[in-house]
Design a protein around this ligand. Structure first.
Ligand SMILES: *Cc1c(COP(=O)(O)O)cnc(C)c1O
Length: 372
C-alpha cells in the first residue's frame, strides 16, 4: 500500500542515531541508554523506533504496559523490557511468557507478585518525592523485604525525578533531595549486604541537567526523539539533538473563499477578503489538537499557511492566500521542515497550550509511519 496517500509520519532514522550518539557521549561510561518507547514510542511508532535502536546496540527498553512489551517482543525486540507501571494479576502470565521485567509499584504489590507463586523478574520502584509509583524511600525495611521474597528476582531499583526540568532554586533543591533519597536507599541496601542490582534515576531532563550523575541506565524519552517538552526549555548539557519525526498530510482540494463567506463547522472562520483555501486530509482523530482551530499554522511549498475554521475529525482547512501554485496532491507539513521554514513539535505544543510529549504521544493510529 502507498503509505503517503493521506496523512503520515516520516521518521528520520539518521537523526535518531545521531541523538543516541549525543546521549552516549554525554553519559558517563558504564551508563547505558534505556530508551522510553512507551505510548508507541511517543507516537513515532514503537516497532520502527525500537528496531532502529536495537540496531544501534540498545539492549534495554522501557514501556508503560505489559501489552506494549508484548508488541515489542512480537516485533523481534530481544533485550530487556521494563514495564514502568502496574500490571494486573490476570496478566502476570504475560510477564513470564514474554520475559518482561515488572516494576514493583509498592510493597503491597510485591506481596501480590510473591503470593502468585510463579517467579518474576522485577525492578523495585522507589518513591523519592514525586508521590507517584514506588515504595517510599524511607521504608528501607520494606524495600529489603522485597529483595528477600523468594519468588522475586530483583535485578534493579529505580526512581523518577519530577522537577529535573526546573531551573529555579527550589526545583533544583528538590531534585538534589530526590537524588540523595535514592542514593540513601542504595547505601542502606549495600550496608545490609544486598548488592548486584542495577540503578537508574534519570529521564531526559535528568540526563540533560544532571549529566554528572552516574547510574547503570538512563531512561531517555522525549529528548531521544530530538525535541524538548517546551519551546522555552533550557538545559545544561550542550548537545545538538535533531527531531526524528515529521508529520505530513495531503492537500485534498483547493477553492476560493470570498469576502463575507464562512467556512467549516460552526462557520467559525469568516473571510474578510477573497482568498484561496486548502483542505488537508488530517484532523483531530489523527492527533491534531482541536484547539488549534483558527490558530496555528502548517507549511506548504516553503510557505506558511494559517489554520482556519474548526479542525474536523479527518480534515482541516488552511489559508492559502498568496500561494497560487499549491494544488491538490501536494504535501502539507504540520511538523517538520518545508524549504527554509520549520514547525517543531514544541511550536505546535505551544499553540495548543501543552507540551510536545502530549502532542507526539497522541499521534493517531491512522497515520502511516515511514522511515526515511
Ligand atoms: C516516561 C518516563 C521516562 C521518560 O521520560 P522523558 O522525560 O520523556 O525522558 C522515564 N522514566 C519514567 C518512569 C517514565 O514514566
Amino acid at each position: 500500500m502507498y503509505q503517503k496517500g493521506r496523512a503520515w509520519i516520516e521518521l528520520n532514522i539518521e537523526h535518531l542515531k545521531h541523538n543516541v550518539e549525543e546521549f552516549r557521549s554525554l553519559l558517563p561510561s558504564g551508563c547505558a541508554l534505556m530508551p522510553a518507547v512507551k505510548a508507541n514510542a511517543y507516537g513515532h511508532g514503537a516497532a520502527l523506533i525500537s528496531k532502529a535502536l536495537q540496531e544501534q546496540g540498545i539492549q534495554s527498553f522501557c514501556v508503560a504496559s505489559a501489552a506494549e512489551g508484548i508488541k515489542l517482543r512480537q516485533e523481534g525486540i530481544t533485550g530487556e523490557i521494563l514495564v514502568l507501571s502496574y500490571t494486573h494479576p490476570e496478566q502476570f502470565e504475560d510477564l513470564i511468557t514474554y520475559h518482561l521485567i515488572q516494576t514493583v509499584v509498592d510493597g503491597n504489590y510485591a506481596r501480590e507478585l510473591q503470593n502468585d507463586g510463579r517467579k518474576f523478574t522485577v525492578h523495585v520502584g522507589i518513591d523519592t518525592g514525586m508521590h507517584r509509583l514506588g515504595e517510599w524511600w524511607e521504608n528501607v525495611e520494606e524495600i529489603v523485604k522485597i529483595f528477600q521474597m523468594p519468588n522475586l528476582t530483583v535485578t534493579g531499583i529505580y526512581s523518577h525525578l519530577c522537577v529535573s526540568d526546573g531551573k529555579d532554586a527550589r526545583e533544583q533543591a528538590y531534585t538534589l533531595e530526590q537524588i540523595h533519597h535514592f542514593e540513601y536507599v542504595v547505601e542502606e541496601l549495600h550496608r545490609r549486604g544486598i548488592h548486584g542490582f542495577k540503578q537508574h534515576l534519570q529521564g531526559s531532563y535528568g540526563i540533560l541537567n544532571y549529566s554528572e550523575l552516574c547510574f547503570d541506565y538512563a531512561r531517555a524519552g522525549i529528548a531521544l526523539y530530538g525535541i524538548l517538552s517546551g519551546k522555552q526549555d533550557k538545559v545544561n548539557a550542550s548537545v545538538k539533538l535533531k527531531p526524528v519525526l515529521s508529520l505530513k498530510a495531503r492537500v485534498e482540494s483547493v477553492k476560493m473563499l470570498y469576502q463575507g463567506e464562512s467556512a467549516g463547522y460552526g462557520l467559525a472562520y469568516c473571510a474578510n477578503r477573497n482568498h484561496k483555501i486548502g483542505i488537508l486530509s488530517i484532523g483531530y482523530a489523527d492527533g491534531i489538537p482541536r484547539n488549534l482551530s483558527n490558530r496555528g499554522q502548517v507549511l506548504c511549498n516553503g510557505k506558511i499557511a494559517p489554520i482556519i475554521g474548526r479542525i474536523c475529525m479527518d480534515q482541516m482547512l488552511v489559508d492559502f492566500s498568496g500561494m497560487e501554485q499549491v494544488k491538490p496532491g501536494d504535501a502539507a507539513v504540520l511538523i517538520g521542515k518545508s524549504g527554509e521554514i520549520e514547525i517543531r513539535a514544541e511550536d505546535m505544543a505551544g499553540w495548543a497550550g501543552t507540551i510536545s510529549n502530549e502532542i507526539l504521544s497522541r499521534m493517531g493510529e491512522r497515520l502511516e509511519r515511514v522511515a526515511v
